[in-house]
Design a protein around this ligand. Structure first.
Ligand SMILES: [Zn+2]
Length: 273
């Protein structure tokens, strides 16, 4: 939830650009992989940046978000390049009163045909989170960090309890930043309704979820950067885990008792250890 004064359109485009650049820097978005969206409930004027208007059908009806504004990256755009020319990579969608259609605002500089093919998952997660928490701002990121994605190919890490007890043991901050741990969805076809439902359900319980053999989705109701940070915390944990596997598993990691002591000191509620 954000307090007034709310960020302006240009601020939001800049935040998406910074997050995109950060994700590219941590090798979580090679080529055109990954996508970013935000939903805001306050009024902005899209036409200053996005003068081209089309009508579109939304991936699912969201009547309770009538009037809401989405900024979303275009299909095939590089997250690391959003910053250079945000309107070439981002579209703005304002939900019509019927909740089933929307106005798609784009720029003459637009360099994509459609918004990201994962928009159905983004929209479903925004809708679910906003309806349950009442937040006026929500950010969702899909990225493909190498080590997390690699571990999702290894059968023993496909168990959520095993995954989390192994990932969250390398740095004291990890449990503090991800107290619910990392969610896990078995492999689903990209852009499918099954992936959308998996995201919706797992992100009710977690701030970040692994899509097996593909990547992650993270959310934040504070900022796009916060969602990107969650990707980085989880990816750093996976990097430690990967290093430990390569080193013949000689690292101890924090013990369950040490992690419980950290949680006590920082008032972290968790059920993993
Ligand atoms: Zn992807």
């Amino acid at each position: 939830m954000l307090e007034a004064p709310y960020p302006e359109l240009d601020d939001l485009l800049e935040m998406m650009g910074e997050a995109g650049k950060h994700l590219a820097e941590i090798e979580a978005s090679e080529g055109a992989a990954g996508n970013i969206s935000v939903c805001l409930r306050w009024q902005i004027e899209p036409r200053t940046r996005f003068p081209v208007i089309d009508e579109i059908e939304l991936p699912q009806p969201i009547p309770d978000l009538a009037g809401a504004t989405f900024l979303v990256t275009g299909s095939g755009r590089r997250l690391g390049e959003i910053m250079d020319e945000p309107t070439a990579s981002i579209a703005c969608i304002v939900v019509n009163e019927d909740g089933e259609t929307g106005k798609l605002y784009t720029s003459h500089q637009r360099r994509f045909e459609r918004v990201t093919s994962e928009f159905n998952s983004h929209l479903a997660v925004h809708h679910d989170q906003i309806c349950s928490s009442g937040t006026n701002f929500h950010a969702v990121i899909h990225a493909q960090p190498v080590h997390l994605t690699y571990l999702s190919h290894v059968p023993r890490y496909q168990d959520e309890q095993y995954l989390n007890t192994h990932l969250l043991r390398w740095q004291p901050e990890t449990i503090v930043n991800l107290p619910e741990g990392v969610g896990f969805i078995p492999f689903r076809i990209p852009g499918s309704p099954e992936l959308m439902t998996g995201n919706l359900e797992s992100l009710r319980e977690h701030r970040i979820v692994i899509w097996a053999k593909h990547g992650v989705m993270a959310r934040s109701d504070v900022s796009v950067k916060r969602a990107a940070d969650r990707v980085e915390y989880a990816e750093t944990a996976a990097k430690y885990e990967y290093i430990n596997i390569c080193a013949g598993e000689i690292g101890e990691g924090l013990s369950a008792d040490e992690i419980r002591q950290i949680c006590k000191k920082f008032n972290v509620q968790q059920t993993i250890f």
